[in-house]
Design a protein around this ligand. Sequence first.
Ligand code: ADP
Ligand code: MG
Length: 460
Amino acid sequence: MTKKDSLPKIGLLYLDYVLRFFDKSNFKGWPDKIEQVTYHWGNDKARFIAEVKRKNIDVLIGNIPATAYEAFREIAKALPNVRFLPSLDSQFSNKSKENVTHFCRKYNLPTPHTEIFYIPEKAKQYLANTQYPKIIKRSYGPSNYGGYFVHKVDSYEEAASLLSQKRYYPAYVQDFVPMEADIRVMLIGHKPVCAFWRRPPEGEWLTNTSQGGSMDYQDVPKGVLELAARASKAANAEYWACDIALGKDGKLRILECATAFAAFPYIRDWIGQYLMWLLSDGRFAKPNIPLYNWEELGKIDTRLLRTMRHIGFSRYKPSQDCGEQFSRLDEYNYPILDTTYRPDEEWPSEMWNFQDNFKLHGIVVPAKAQSLIPSNDEVSTELNSYQDVQFDEAQIREILSQVKGVGSKMVEEIMATFGAIGVVEALNTKPEQLCVVKNLKDKKLEKIVNHWQQVAKPCH
Ligand SMILES: Nc1ncnc2c1ncn2[C@@H]1O[C@H](COP(=O)(O)OP(=O)(O)O)[C@@H](O)[C@H]1O
Ligand SMILES: [Mg+2]
């Protein structure tokens, strides 16, 4: 803020092909014009920077997809007077699972024991001498594939064969944690505003709801909310989501955390209201969001919930005729807090971008598009799943036909069976569905999925 009483100029940060998390309507009542700046994939840094300067933007609000994170680190450096919100440091965990691990280690936040290898030989040595089962995950890339890139291995042989097939780099290896369920907590100003359980289907271990897991909003343990708030504070994140595993051993461990998550529009309104308060020196009121509101709101049909906007609560004032206190609504431990602006870099890429700094072999594919799941607030509960992309038929046809071994006949059959939206959805959630198409077997499917991931990479 430059002058007293004047508000900073807000710009919303958008990216081509990526579904927008915020919209002007989330900032209801903001009196000034809200600008928009859209990043076009490829070599767009200079143009983007110039546009932000030309529009005199003070604060750029929005999430940055994993594949654009490093490009935006550079952009942010070239715009030292622009506040990115969430800051690039708060978004460090959005980039990769590896970064989540670094973040949790630094702040002593419990996670499953994790090893990360940039040297394949070292991974082999470790895997030959460790105990099983283990979980192997792809660390980097569009993340909302609902567990498709998460694998349980029961022996060295399985681990070695998986890594030679998938070529995940780095190799990200985690202890398998038998768990009851995991819990998603969403926070604004470090206060939990929504939380729900995700339970695996009977006899399974994956809790992703896209894999048949179930959700419910009742009785989330306090310790889980506390751990999520600790992580949010450590990240200095204005808004935040955490997936916390509740182990069969009773222990809590963070599985994922990020500023990017799918959220109902009314939650995005709350975030907007919070940011307006934060950026206006108190000229706008801080939203009042009762703890455990989700237990009640969660009872509303999701088809309604995803259309409900600007849900507001006033403060509770005890009245004479009411003898009972609703003791669970204990706000004391969870006030909505200020998040302070920190101009210094906590996670500079010169140091922390191991992926590029360490690269053994790198393919840089000019991006046509950023590929991800069509987000759907009630089903797409994976972190980062706001990064939605819409493709038209022609684009999907082109992408498919670029895959070696996929001829025009197969493209036609895939399109006839699934349609453009169906293909994107299948690729993002259950790619094996595509195998209903004649002659489309594992090998080809893998090529298609790999290609799909590559078109998601922007140039650096
Ligand atoms: N170390 C682990 N032990 C047991 N299950 C795990 C472990 N890590 C992940 N899972 C299961 O796999 C799911 C997906 O893993 P996650 O790290 O969230 O990746 P993503 O959601 O990006 O696919 C989790 O929700 C959880 O059910
Ligand atoms: Mg997950």
